[in-house]
Design a protein around this ligand. Structure first.
Ligand SMILES: Cc1cc2nc3c(=O)[nH]c(=O)nc-3n(C[C@H](O)[C@H](O)[C@H](O)COP(=O)(O)OP(=O)(O)OC[C@H]3O[C@@H](n4cnc5c(N)ncnc54)[C@H](O)[C@@H]3O)c2cc1C
Length: 466
């Protein structure tokens, strides 16, 4: 008889948790998974999926405008926010059901409860106080939005609530300039809100290639989105007129009257109140569970995957970390996730797709860096009259000719990034890009037809180890 009720207890039914639970159960482990909110986690319920559905909705505005250039006359379109939110909710409920069924069919026991550690092998289910003894534990509790401790913060929302608002705000102030802030700025602007983005720094999308950062800011300005840089919201006051929403007072002295204020200033690992001290699990910056390359924590039988470890906070990464953990610990097939060269998208409008090193990162690490860049008006814009442009940039190691990074702004950039991820991961060279025949007429063909170097950067001082 085993001393343990289960071989694996998974805390959190999000991207990482459900994959790990299903794979471990497939390897014959007795698995229990606890989810305190809704199965599917952030990505399915309050992240990637509902957000992308809203992005699709917002982009119809462009489609209606573009249509006229192609001979269509379209009556003034009307938009119904509650109808969109209801449709989105139906789809999320369907997916949530699929996630639960997938677990149950795999043999996982799913419990709808918050779970907390009592000690390193014991989890307490908060719903009924029962205790489960587990041989292994996987912490997959994800992250939560940061909200600043400023007066009036209860008047503001985070991305969680932005997806469920009762009404579309006429005017919205979004604090932050990371990908979530900019995606929501694009959504609200597309749906007809007046959008202002306020950010303490002087440029959006820290960590992305500088050309992309500048080009997206310009594109957003052309679409009427206002930016306030080098300033922060200091307090939120009720507007004098009860219907007029909120007044955001900034450190720089601005008073911005809006209907809604949203903070998207970052996310922190979800470890508060989890009982990690009782289990002896060591945490690091902002409460992230400290793990090694195998996702093992400071306690050998306790692992953590996904956003709670604050490595690369993206769904496919959490899924793969969960899969690697389950194969390694329960399937006798140890493997590790490589966190380099992860292709990613920002679903702004226009969209960003990117993989590999930015120009700045490459120039810090390589002796010779070649840049190939093109900025053009896509074919569709010639008739639609759209002012949007397309930016494409290759960052190449001037010595080995390897393509180190690809950065795109424009329609379908995310789709292109997925495929370019293979090329960059496979360490292909610029010459191999050039040998690849173009698909004509597409925007992506520019990626294999950029013959002339835009710039070469050479350095003589030693470079950081690659
Ligand atoms: C607005 C937004 C948009 C995003 N867009 C994208 C995108 O386009 N592409 C992309 O790749 N990523 C995107 N992400 C990031 C992505 O959602 C996360 O990286 C991913 O969900 C992380 O998965 P996870 O398993 O680590 O955690 P989560 O998916 O957050 O799941 C954690 C789960 O644990 C539960 N939980 C927490 N504590 C407990 C407890 N004590 N007991 C029981 N249950 C608990 C939570 O309720 C939650 O369901 C987005 C995130 C946000 C917020």
């Amino acid at each position: 008889m085993s001393d343990f009720d289960v071989d694996l207890f998974v805390i959190g039914g999000g991207s990482g948790g459900v994959r790990a639970a299903r794979i471990a159960a497939g390897h014959g482990a007795r698995v229990m998974l606890a989810e305190e909110f809704r199965m599917g986690g952030t990505c399915v319920v309050r992240g990637c999926i509902p957000k992308k559905l809203l992005v699709y909705a917002a982009r119809f505005q462009d489609a209606f405008e573009d249509a006229a250039g192609f001979g269509w006359s379209v009556p003034a379109p009307q938009f119904d926010w509650p109808a969109l939110i209801a449709a989105k909710d139906r789809e999320i409920a369907r997916l949530e059901g699929l996630y639960t069924t997938g677990q149950v069919n795999a043999g996982v026991t799913v419990v709808k409860s918050r779970a907390v550690f009592e000690d390193a092998h014991t989890l307490r289910l908060v719903s009924d106080g029962s205790r489960i003894r587990a041989r292994h534990v996987l912490i997959a509790t994800g992250g939560r939005p940061d909200m600043p401790a400023i007066p009036g913060i209860e008047r503001a929302i985070s991305s969680n609530e932005a997806l469920d608002l009762k009404h579309l705000p006429k005017r919205i102030l979004i604090a932050g300039a990371g990908y979530i802030a900019l995606e929501f700025a694009g959504i609200f602007a597309g749906l007809g809100s007046e959008v202002t983005v306020i950010y303490r720094g002087d440029k959006v999308l820290r960590g992305f290639d500088e050309d992309l950062r500048d080009a997206l800011t310009e594109a957003y300005r052309r679409r009427g989105i206002k930016f306030i840089f080098n300033d922060v919201v200091e307090r939120l006051e009720a507007a004098p007129d009860a219907d007029a929403g909120v007044v955001a007072v900034t450190l720089g002295g601005e008073r911005l009257a809006v209907d809604q204020v949203m903070f998207a200033i970052g996310r922190s690992p979800n470890t508060a109140g989890l009982g990690l001290e009782a289990a002896g699990v060591v945490t690091g910056k902002r409460g992230a569970v400290k793990v090694d390359a195998r996702s093992q924590s400071s306690v050998p039988h306790i692992y953590a995957v996904g956003d709670v470890t604050d490595r690369v906070n993206l769904t496919p990464v959490a899924i793969r970390e969960g899969h690697a953990f389950a194969d390694s610990v329960f399937g006798g097939k140890p493997w590790q996730v490589e966190h380099a060269d992860i292709a990613t998208a920002v679903f702004s409008t226009p969209e960003i797709g990117t993989v590999g090193l930015s120009e700045e990162q490459a120039r810090a690490r390589y002796r010779v860096v070649d840049i190939y860049k093109t900025d053009f008006r896509p074919l569709k814009a010639t008739l639609s009259g759209s002012q949007d442009r397309m930016l494409m940039k290759l960052v190449v190691d001037g010595e080995s000719d390897r393509v180190l990074g690809v950065h795109i702004l424009g329609e379908d950039a995310g789709e292109m990034a997925q495929l370019l991820g293979i090329a960059v991961k496979a360490r292909l060279t610029k010459a191999q890009f050039d040998e690849t025949m173009a698909v004509h007429p597409t925007a992506a063909e520019e990626l294999v037809t950029m013959r002339s170097r835009t710039a070469r950067y050479q350095r003589t001082e030693p470079v950081a180890a690659i």
